[in-house]
Every structure is written in structure tokens, then in C-alpha cells.
Design a protein around this ligand. Structure first.
Ligand code: SF4
Length: 704
């Protein structure tokens, strides 16, 4: 095909959850020569992209691409035919089911793969007889989804990026760093809101690109509450108690929204009781933030006409992650900041399909549309479409599946995930995968750190080479369109799953004409997607819920009532719970972790992108100057960062961005990933690991 004939296709950036539209121009003679092009009137970003979006095509024809199936024999991989690979997968899965029952297998979907693919993977798991299917949202926003679903009704952003810029007077950004993680949300929507007068309250242990992008530390208008890691509950309790106290003093000043509390919520008394003996001064000391600064922020939030909360992994990745988010919900509910444009509690989702992967049921406790597996009526409605019975007990989550390897779990099917870098306590996870797992199948585009331990590796096509849908952070379902594939012997994830499913269970229900046919079946079992079709999605996409054909979707939720059983929003007071591991004599520092703009999670793609990797080719640790002086660390020194679970060697970046006593590093780099150090303790309900706080020690490398 000549370049004149090759039309660009409109698709979605494969990186973060903002869901920017981009175009991919197919190669001229060689399909691998594809190029990025802007999509000027893309619905979310109107042509703008960040450094990741602009570099996204760089990895498609990377020399490391997997191009043929691989089977491990005597500890070494050899090239295999697809037939051999499928035979091995099917016989191993059947053997495991026979020897250990269906819960002997675990299935990992991926927030980087499409709705149709995750839908089919979870259907395979359930037909196999297990609910042990999960995805990496467990690691980022499982607690947020839990709190939002339980207290408001839907496990998703209540509002939209677009209604911010029109309406929000205060942006309360807690544990999120859109300047780094969601650059287009920050530079387009947040910036516009600020230009129109909105105030930013940032709550984060670290100064970052968000702080700098709005000059937060340089103005009276904005505030940065630089709290100690793991003290979000006491900080929000100070905010809430301040609002309640001021309301007592000035009942007509609008500190709380009494009518909203009365008509639309339950549990207000519980919140008041919880805070009755709460000591604000002691709590402020615990947070490491002056009390009057927190009180001032409380006033700004409460007095805003519309205030929107944005929440990120600084809130969710704690053993108290659900309670952290519940306290944000409490704040929004008592001030009536829900159900209108420019308000709400809004998780900024990390990956381009993290919302959709959960929507389509790739989770152990819910079927498509968040219908609980232990709800008989919901389960039966799905079973009627599928034609087989679904187990009625929730399965293990992904970290629990990993912990159960060698005990109850003996085989794993991993699609597009890299758990050996994304799981906390990486050394222990690697030991389990290496020593205790009978069978591992990995379906991916590169030989990931996890794939190295696989028995079968299946070469998949990239995001740019296939079609389907993804759902962004504000619930917009958008179509992705592919260009010609680069390597002939690779296959689309959906093709692979159809083949595996058909060989295990027969063609009926597992063989589809194309991705659109899968979406058509998904609609039948996912009420909030029922009104959508590929045609209706068009180029604009639709924000769920979209219950009937013709519905235009909702920019914001809960205008009239919440989607809870009784229609009320649930307020519930919560108390401070320190991190599971706090500093002590041996490990006197607090380790916290976060991501960089130029990299993406386990770095499988971003480390292979020349543009992105050039910005940050290796890991580093931020150390406060006072700590650096105590330890004799100079900026640029190689240091060893240690926790009870391991150590990594990284470059020291001496900076006041981090608080004294807090060291800050990233999970992106295989040779020195933060997850060699993080603690694999979980939030009791949502089972999300505590990535954001662990005890650590640091030392200069003597021979560096
Ligand atoms: Fe891609 Fe997110 Fe950047 Fe948009 S903001 S271009 S979706 S990484």
C-alpha cells in the first residue's frame, strides 16, 4: 500500500486513564513504520497530548517484540507453533482442574487491554468454574471503587473532567498528582478551571508537578498541605470537624448543607459521634501540618459554591484505603458537593482501560456491570445469557491469588500484566512464581519480568494493531481502531482467547465474528452499557450509564438520588489507622512510592520508548536535605535503600520536595523497583496493598 492510500486511524492513547484521542498513520511499505498524528477534534483532548501520548507508537515495532509462541522445555524457551502452544495450555488447565478443582487456576486480566478482551477472559474463568479473575485495578483503585460503590452506588468518577472547567470553584486534590500522571487533565481541564478562578487545595506528602504547575506554594489562593504519608484520615477529620464546629457557631453561613444531609444522606450522626472527642491539635501534629492551614483549607472547601474532590493512589494504596476514600465522601456529602457539575468525588484512573476492565467484570466479586456474584438474581440474569452456571462465591483477588500459589493455586493465565514488578514484596512474589507455580501462561507483547517464568508465552499484537473499546477515567467508552499488524505470527488478544475458550469449552459462546460481536454480548449482561453500540459510540464515545439505546450517557451522576438500595448517600465516620509498618530503630524512615510522567507502571512499554526513557533512564530516591546531611548523602550519590523485604541501589536526589523523614521512589525500573521494598499487607475489604507507606533505611554506597 502506498503512503497516499494509507489513511490514519482514530484511536485512543494506550497510556493513562484520561483517554486522549490520537491518530496512527500506517506505515508505507512496512507496517512497522507507523507514526503518531494528532486528532484535532478528539472528544477528550482536542488534539493535545503529553509526552507519553506523542511517543506511544515508538514501541509498536520495537526490536524486543515477541513474534512467535514460546514453550519452555528443560528451563529454556523454544519457538513453538500456535497449535503446540494451545495444546499445552488446554492440557495444563484441564490437568489443574482435575487435580485441584477450578480454583486451582487464577486469571489476570489487564487494564491495558480492551473491554472485549477482558470480558472474554472473565467469561473463560467463570466457565472454567472459578471467580478467581482479577486485574491490576486491584493495585490502584480497588479501595476507591469499593467506597464509592458502597456509599454512592457506582464505583466510578461521579463527575467529568469537562464539568470542572465550567463549574468548580475549588479543586481538592488529595493523593493524586495530575500534573505528572494525567497531564492533559491537568493542563487542559484543571488549568482552565484555575484560569476561571478556581482554588487548588493539594494534599500530598510530596511537592510535584501539580504543585509547580499552579505555583501552589507561591500564592495565597492555593494551598499545599504537605502531610506525613498515611495521615489522610486525621487530616480530613480536622477538615470535617472544623466545618461542623463553624456550623455550630454560624448556623446560617452555609458551612454544611443541612437540606442535602436530611434528604439525601444517612449516617450523619455516626460521623458526629466519631468526631465528638477528636483532638484536632494532636491530629495536626500527627499529620505534620499546622492546624490553622488545615482549618483555612476547610473554610475554602466549605464556602465554595461547587467543590470537586480528586482522589488518587496516595489515598487508595493504604491498608485504610477504603476509609480514606469514605472520608472524602463524608466531606462531599455533608457539604452537598455531589450531584451537580463541578463537584463530586473523582478518582483519577491510572491506565487507559482500568475503568472498563472492572466494568466488564474482570474482578473476583462482580460480574459485568458490578453485579455481585453472590446476588442470586443478578447471577441468574447473566447465566441466562451465557448458558452456564457461575460460581456463587467471590474468588481470591490478584495479590491473594499470588499468596496462594503452591497452596490452593497451581496455575495462572496472565493477559498483558506484569505482576512480578507490580506486586508488593517483589522478591517473595518472584520466589512463589519460580518455585511453587505448576503452570504459567503469559500473553503479552514483550518478554516481561513475569513472562520469563512462564511455561507458555503467547505473542500478542499491540494497542495500535487491533480494535475494541476502552473506558476512560470519566466513564467515557471509546473505540480503538487498529492498523495492519507488524508481525505476521502475532495474534490479537481476543483471537487468542477465542481459541483457548473454544478448545476448552466448545465454540458456542466463545467464538465470535469480531470484537463488535463480543461487545454486543457484553451489552446484554452489563446494564450500564446496554444502550451502547459501536455505531452509537462513533468518534465521540458515550459516558456510562447508558441504559437504553438512544441514551446520551451522563456527564455527572446522582443528580436526584444515589444508586444505593435506598437512594441515600452513606456517611460513615472513620478513625485514624496508622500504616501497618511504621518507622522504628532499624528502619527509621517512611518509604513512599509514586510514578513519573515519562514512565508507565512496570515500564514494559515506556522503558522501551527512546523518548520516554531518555528523560528518566534509571530509578532514584528523593531524600530531604536534613536527612541527607544526617546520612552523609550528597546529591547524585548511589545509595542503598532498604526495607525488611529487600534493598535496591538508586541515585539520591536531595530535594525539599519530600518531607524530612520521608524517602520517595518509583516502581518503573526492573533493576531497582520500589516494589522490591514495599509491604504486601492489604486493606481488609478491598485487598489493595499498602504501597504508600513502609519503614525504610538508607545508606551511601561506600565503593560508589
Ligand atoms: Fe495519553 Fe494520558 Fe498523556 Fe492523554 S494525558 S496523551 S491519555 S498519557
Amino acid at each position: 500500500m502506498s503512503s497516499e492510500e494509507a489513511e490514519p486511524v482514530k484511536t485512543i492513547c494506550p497510556y493513562c486513564g484520561v483517554g486522549c484521542g490520537i491518530q496512527v498513520k500506517p506505515g508505507d511499505e512496512n507496517p512497522g513504520d507507523m507514526r503518531f498524528m494528532p486528532w484535532g477534534d478528539a472528544p477528550v483532548n482536542e488534539g493535545r497530548v503529553c509526552i507519553k501520548g506523542g511517543a506511544a507508537t515508538q514501541v509498536v515495532d520495537h526490536e524486543d517484540r515477541l513474534t512467535d509462541p514460546l514453550i519452555k522445555e528443560d528451563g529454556e524457551f523454544r519457538e513453538a507453533t500456535w497449535e503446540e502452544a494451545y495444546d499445552r495450555i488446554v492440557s495444563e488447565m484441564e490437568r489443574i482442574r482435575e487435580e485441584h478443582g477450578p480454583d486451582g487456576m487464577g486469571f489476570f486480566g489487564s487494564s491495558k487491554t480492551f473491554n472485549e478482551e477482558n470480558y472474554l477472559l472473565q467469561k473463560i474463568a467463570r466457565r472454567f468454574g472459578t471467580n478467581q479473575v482479577d486485574n491490576c485495578t486491584r493495585m490502584c483503585h480497588a479501595s476507591t471503587v469499593w467506597a464509592l460503590r458502597t456509599s454512592l452506588g457506582q464505583g466510578a468518577m461521579t463527575n467529568s473532567m469537562a464539568d470542572l472547567e465550567e463549574a468548580a470553584d475549588v479543586l481538592w486534590i488529595q493523593g493524586a498528582n495530575p500534573g505528572e500522571q494525567h497531564p492533559i487533565a491537568n493542563s487542559q481541564y484543571f488549568r482552565q478551571a484555575v484560569l476561571e478562578g478556581a482554588t487548588v487545595i493539594q494534599v500530598d506528602p510530596h511537592k510535584n508537578k501539580t504543585t509547580r504547575s499552579f505555583k501552589i506554594d507561591e500564592t495565597e489562593r492555593h494551598q499545599h498541605l504537605q502531610l506525613n504519608p498515611g495521615t489522610d484520615i486525621p487530616l480530613l477529620n480536622i477538615v470535617i470537624k472544623t466545618i461542623l464546629e463553624r456550623h455550630e457557631e454560624e448556623p446560617d453561613a452555609g458551612w454544611i448543607d443541612e437540606a442535602f444531609i436530611e434528604e439525601r444522606t444517612e449516617g450523619f450522626d455516626h460521623l458526629k459521634e466519631t468526631l465528638a472527642d477528636f483532638d484536632k491539635e494532636a491530629a495536626a501534629e500527627e499529620c505534620g501540618v499546622p492546624l490553622e492551614e488545615i482549618e483555612l483549607a476547610a473554610e475554602k472547601y466549605a464556602m465554595a459554591n461547587n467543590a470537586a474532590i480528586f482522589t488518587g493512589m496516595g489515598m487508595s494504596q493504604h491498608t485504610c484505603g477504603v476509609d480514606n476514600v469514605q472520608n472524602e465522601i463524608n466531606l462531599a456529602l455533608i457539604t452537598g458537593n455531589l450531584g451537580r457539575p463541578g463537584t463530586g468525588v473523582n478518582p483519577l484512573r491510572g491506565q487507559n482501560n482500568v475503568q472498563g476492565t472492572c466494568d466488564v467484570g474482570a474482578m473476583p466479586n462482580v460480574l459485568p456491570g458490578y453485579q455481585l456474584v453472590d446476588d442470586d438474581e443478578a447471577r441468574k440474569s447473566v447465566e441466562e445469557v451465557w448458558g452456564f452456571e457461575v460460581p456463587d462465591e467471590p474468588g481470591l483477588t490478584n495479590v491473594e491469588i499470588s499468596h496462594a500459589i503452591g497452596d490452593t493455586v497451581h496455575g495462572l493465565y496472565v493477559m498483558g500484566e506484569n505482576p512480578l514488578m507490580s506486586e508488593p514484596d517483589g522478591h517473595a512474589a518472584e520466589r512463589r512464581f519460580r518455585e511453587d507455580l505448576d503452570f504459567l501462561c503469559v500473553q503479552d507483547i514483550f518478554m516481561t519480568e513475569t513472562a520469563k517464568f512462564a511455561d507458555v508465552v503467547l505473542p500478542a499484537t499491540t494497542w495500535a494493531e487491533r480494535g475494541g473499546t476502552v473506558t476512560n477515567t470519566d466513564r467515557r467508552v471509546q473505540r480503538m481502531r487498529g492498523v495492519e499488524k507488524v508481525h505476521e505470527n502475532t495474534k490479537h488478544d481476543l483471537e487468542i482467547l477465542m481459541e483457548v475458550g473454544s478448545r476448552l469449552f466448545g465454540e458456542d459462546g466463545f467464538r465470535f465474528e469480531d470484537e463488535e460481536a463480543v461487545f454486543e454480548e457484553l451489552r446484554q449482561v452489563c446494564p450500564s452499557y446496554y444502550g451502547m453500540t459501536y455505531d452509537a459510540l462513533g468518534e465521540e464515545g458515550i459516558q456510562w450509564p447508558c441504559y437504553e439505546p438512544g441514551d446520551e450517557g451522563d456527564q455527572y451522576l446522582y443528580a436526584d438520588s444515589f444508586d444505593t438500595e435506598n437512594g441515600l448517600g452513606k456517611i460513615e465516620g472513620v478513625r485514624h489507622q496508622p500504616p501497618a509498618e511504621v518507622p522504628d530503630e532499624d528502619y527509621p524512615l517512611i518509604l513512599t512510592t509514586a510514578r513519573l510522567e515519562e514512565h508507565y507502571n512496570t515500564g514494559t512499554m515506556s522503558r522501551r520508548s527512546p523518548t520516554l526513557n531518555r528523560q528518566h533512564p534509571e530509578n532514584f530516591v528523593d531524600v530531604h536535605p536534613n536527612d541527607a546531611a544526617d546520612y552523609g548523602i550528597e546529591d547524585g550519590d548511589m545509595v542503598t535503600l532498604k526495607s525488611r523485604r529487600g534493598e535496591i541501589e538508586v541515585v539520591a536526589n536531595v530535594t525539599e520536595d519530600t518531607k524530612e523523614g520521608v524517602v520517595w521512589t518509583t516502581p518503573h525500573f526492573a533493576a531497582a523497583s520500589a516494589n522490591r521494598l514495599t509491604n504486601d499487607v492489604l486493606d481488609e475489604r478491598a485487598k489493595i496493598p499498602e504501597y504508600k507507606a513502609a519503614a525504610a533505611e538508607i545508606a551511601v554506597n561506600v565503593d560508589a
